[in-house]
Ligand binder design. Structure first.
Ligand code: UDP
Ligand code: MG
Length: 322
């Protein structure tokens, strides 16, 4: 099996040398066990880093043909960088495994991913067992997010990030999704085919800081929700119906009060309903706005990424958007 491991890297100069060293050893052992063929490769995707990441990747490629390098023209974000790598490899490799550069995912789980592939699975999900090394905050916000997605009816695997094996035909399936706002862990199940799961323990980041600050995490979560569920819109409709029913009751109450001459000034009730209704309306508008914004960005059909350079041994041209 000809395997490509795709690793998106954004300002990862601190971890890359170590990551490369471990991958060189890992790939050797995989070839030794006949789990993948000798012409398997590791594709390091530089997502517009500002540090020495690309220099390191170029040097690695020069030293060892195992490493290929793909440089994007600017920072496009983790999902787009990963997608660029997968699409570049998809027609020349039997399967791709996506992994982060920071060594948080267990490398030894790669063997298990490949075994599941050999047993006939086209998409194999790496699932985090416990998240002890994640902070309390990250662990719990992540749990809330997965629960919320499930509640909204999205087919998503609990505690699966982007450590995943996809076969060539699964990747070709993925290529036919044309959305620009990528949320790969939601798209993979939509591709279908037989699934497999591999469980592993997550580690701490080897070095450097997380490239996902809270702001990016929130926008990633909102993107996931609005890309895969319209339930929030229905919720607004539901709220509208309830508020309308309450308003009918209030109307009757007001009329009765007026007819019985009982209309003393009701500052508190007016104040409360003003704020309540105003709040509900603004929130609803905001949610609708999220979807309108998404339509706006999708209809522009901007490219998902632009490639600057591709270092590989085969002189292959990267094709990301067809
Ligand atoms: N990453 C990327 N582009 C970005 C942000 C992150 O390619 O704009 C890469 C990063 O180099 C790493 C992976 O995505 O390989 C996951 O990022 P990180 O480990 O910082 O996220 P966390 O594990 O903290 O969620
Ligand atoms: Mg990480």
């Amino acid at each position: 099996m000809k395997l490509m491991v795709v690793i998106p890297c954004y300002n990862e100069e601190e971890v890359l040398p170590e990551t490369a060293k471990r991958f060189a050893a890992k790939m050797k052992s995989l070839v030794g066990q006949s789990l993948c063929s000798e012409d398997s490769r590791v594709l390091l995707v530089d997502d517009g880093s500002r540090d020495r990441t690309w220099e390191i990747i170029s040097a690695l490629h020069k030293e060892n043909p195992l490493f290929e390098g793909l440089k994007l023209s600017r920072n496009y974000g983790h999902q787009n960088a990963l997608f660029a790598g997968l699409m570049t490899a998809r027609n020349r490799y039997d399967a791709c495994i996506s992994m982060d550069a920071d060594l948080q995912d267990d490398m030894d789980a790669i063997d298990l991913l490949i075994k599941e592939y050999q047993d006939g699975c086209d998409v194999v999900y790496g699932v985090k067992n416990k998240r002890k090394s994640d902070s309390f905050f990250k662990r719990n916000t992540a749990r809330f997010f997965y629960k919320l997605m499930k509640g909204l009816g999205v087919d998503i695997t609990f505690n699966h990030a982007d450590f995943r094996l996809m076969s060539r035909r699964a990747l070709n399936g993925l290529a036919s999704f044309k959305e620009v706002n990528l949320f790969l862990r939601g798209l993979a199940p939509l591709v279908g085919f037989q699934r497999g799961y591999v469980y592993y323990d997550i580690r701490e980041r080897f070095a450097g800081m997380s490239k996902y600050p809270l702001r990016k995490m929130i926008s990633f979560a909102i993107n996931g929700i609005t890309s895969f569920s319209v339930k929030p819109l229905r919720l607004i409709t539901g709220t509208g119906v309830v508020v309308f029913l309450v308003s009918l009751i209030m109307l009757i109450y007001t009329l009765v009060a007026w007819l019985s001459g009982n209309t003393v000034s009701g500052w508190a009730s007016i104040q409360a309903s003003n704020w309540m209704l105003g709040g509900i309306q603004l929130l609803s508008l905001g949610i609708i706005g999220e979807y309108v914004g998404k339509i706006y960005s999708e209809t522009k059909h901007r490219p998902r990424c632009i490639i600057d350079r591709y270092l590989n041994g085969e002189n292959a041209c990267p094709v990301v958007d067809e």
